[in-house]
Design a protein around this ligand. Sequence first.
Ligand SMILES: [Cu+2]
Length: 330
Amino acid sequence: MATEAPVPAAPAPGPAAAEPRHGLRLLVIWIVASAIACPLVYFVWGPHLPPGAMSDAARHQQTDIAVLAITGAPVVIGVLLYFIYAIVVWRAKPGDDSDGEPIYGNTKVQATWIIGTSAIVLWLAVFGTIELVGPAGAGAGEGPSPIWTLAGKQSTTWAPGTNDMLEVQVIGQQWTWTYRYPQFGGMESSELMLPEGMPVTFHVTSLDVIHSFWAYQLGVKADANPDVDNVAYVTPKALGGFTVRCNELCGIWHGAMFNYGQVVSPAAFQSWASGVQAKEQADGILGALPAYALTYDPTVIPQLGKNIVQIDGITGGAGYYYGPGDPVTP
Ligand SMILES: [Cu+2]
């Protein structure tokens, strides 16, 4: 191993030029900067973080993202601070080609690194686990029998002012979303209408390939798989529109697979749902639709879709499963 050339003696320091305590300086600046940044991130930026606060689930996610942001802020500040400090304070003097002091074996730096990174990783593991299993959590918290108590009760009927959960079936297919309401005669719609302030159960399935139901502003995302009934819950907390996108690459028109939803007052929802039910009853659509089921046999649906298209002449949604010919431009 080549031995290092002896380090040339540093220029003799002036009598009062004792090395400042860099670690302490950095620590103080870091604490002050973090103490300013974290409240700003949480209180100023937090309310604008995605996916918004349109539902209890969305609000939970917004809080989670804000907490992760204030966990990350001191780390980012620490890295940038060290970077800037090193450039400014430890910059080599012109003509000084010597190496800096080796950091290897510095117990204080090593201990700080190990303790700091361990604390961050443990905190993320604990926080992540708690948030996943809690109400509206994306982990063990969802599914047909969640480990927490549902916000309402399952029922075959629904009316405003009750504690009954609204049941909505979400059907994905290349390349559209259809929503079925079993408590309203199994009527279906291409628009996802929901009542404000009332608990909702989604039953998500697919008629062909794997899709993913993503009601962005509601903070709901669930896989839509053929032959699978995937259950998710939400309670919309604000009136307004939201977007539903497919979040699983599902074929050439995946990017065009989106439609819209609306959160309206419970009374407005009831009159809309009853109105659609009555119209589809009168048009013969309800009679032609397959009976409501948690999943549908993809080999049977195309025929049924043909009936619906013949009755209503509809394309893409509101009853259109597979039309005759090309499903994209029927
Ligand atoms: Cu899709």
